[in-house]
Design a protein around this ligand. Structure first.
Ligand code: NAD
Length: 366
């Protein structure tokens, strides 16, 4: 397996492999870039079919975190970790403790948070051996309510703010009363987004593979049911994919009727150039890693003791970032996904340049 010449390597600062035969732990930690601060990212546990697949995933996800945190103007870098194994069968307390010891050995360059296959209680077990885990402490969340570290409420609120920015830009309306929105995936984020939209007067259509999740939105929010086949293709104002990635692809894009796509799911574009395909059809796409950053913003404040208003104000900047992306896209005629990547790169490269200049000044002064 190639590492330095791996297609996803992209100048990662650090990649470590950890094996603990006693507990069966096999883990990989990737740190893409720490120019803005320590790398924060989820710890995923998944039964990868091969080591190559695990390396591929951890590199891709870690780089994504650098971009997400920089775009959200956080003093954080990008990293991610993966534990190779089936969380339902192989996740033991001893294995999680071994992971905690490995995280500790990295000295805080990487901070782990929950991800698919791991939960807040799992992170707490890792936390017996390290301080470098996030999203596990009881605190007052961005909304002034007690939070157990679950990032979903802030992600949903940030997505709502981003959706409003997209609607204002594309449809020229600041009032969501009567706005028609179709939401795919009514889980932790999707349901809360639906509630924000309902409170703002929007009309909702929902689909979820789990009938009870869908029923809850129908019963509590007056949403209308849609099917797996039509949820993304309804004649609505906005589609909000909040379930899984790669739903914007060669097959789906020609069928989308909504003028705005604004949803929380990660990696919505199957290929990077699908943002161009959306633009060609006149559809405004709110880049996923810009609109779904509310959770990481919230987690980043966890131990700072910042008042909820400050955290909320930071989540609100998702709207400003998206406005900047949309404006640059209009001016340059280039698609929003590409512009979002560029803006993130500016934000972490500029930071690196500032730190370098400061270090040089200090060296001269010393
Ligand atoms: P979740 O598991 O709570 O919800 C996902 C929902 O989608 C579930 O109700 C599930 O039944 C449904 N679903 C799965 N496949 C589906 C399909 N084919 N069609 C329709 N519904 C389907 O997850 P979540 O925390 O709400 O996250 C949703 C998305 O947002 C994920 O892509 C996640 O990576 C992304 N995201 C979440 C956060 C967060 O803070 N939770 C932050 C950033 C990004």
């Amino acid at each position: 397996m190639n590492v330095f010449s791996h297609p996803e390597f992209d100048n990662h600062e650090h990649l470590s492999f950890f094996c603990d035969p006693e507990t069966g732990l096999k883990a990989i930690v990737a740190i893409h870039n720490t120019s803005r601060g320590p790398a924060l990212g989820g710890c995923r546990m998944f039964p990868y079919a091969s080591d190559e697949e695990a390396v591929w995933d951890v590199l891709r996800l870690s780089k994504g975190m650098t971009y997400k945190s920089a775009l959200a103007n956080l003093d954080l870098g990008g990293g991610k970790s993966v534990i190779i194994g089936d969380p339902r069968k192989e996740k033991t307390e001893a294995l999680l403790e071994a992971m905690g010891r490995h995280l500790e050995s990295l000295g805080g360059q990487y901070i782990a948070a929950e991800d698919s296959g791991t939960s807040v209680p799992d992170l707490k077990i890792m936390g017996r051996h390290t301080r470098h885990v996030a999203g596990i402490s009881q605190h007052i969340g961005f909304d002034g309510k007690p939070s157990n570290g679950d990032p979903s409420p802030a992600t949903a609120y940030g997505t709502f703010i981003g959706l409003k920015a997209a609607v204002s830009h594309k449809l020229g309306r600041s009032d969501l009363n009567g706005l028609k929105v179709a939401i795919q995936g009514i889980g932790n984020v999707g349901f809360r987004l639906a509630r924000h939209l309902k409170e703002a007067g929007a009309e909702l259509w929902v689909y979820d593979i789990h009938a009870d999740n869908m029923q809850r939105a129908i019963d509590e929010l007056g949403a209308k049911p849609a099917s797996a086949e039509d949820i993304l293709f309804l004649p609505v104002d906005v589609i909000a994919p909040c379930a899984m990635g790669a739903v914007l692809n060669d097959e789906s894009i020609p069928q989308i009727k909504a003028p705005v796509v604004a949803g929380a799911a990660n990696n919505l574009l199957e290929r990077p150039d699908h943002d161009q395909a959306l633009m060609d059809r006149g559809i405004l796409y709110a880049p996923d890693f810009a609109i779904n950053a509310g959770g990481i913003i919230d987690v980043s404040y966890e131990r700072t003791g910042a008042p909820p208003e400050k955290v909320r104000a930071h989540v609100d900047t998702i709207g400003d970032t998206l406005n900047e992306i949309f404006t640059r896209s209009d001016r340059s005629g280039r698609p929003t996904g590409a512009i979002a990547n560029e803006l993130a790169e500016e934000r972490f490269h500029k930071h690196t340049a500032r730190v370098d200049a400061m270090q040089e000044r200090m060296a001269h002064a010393g």
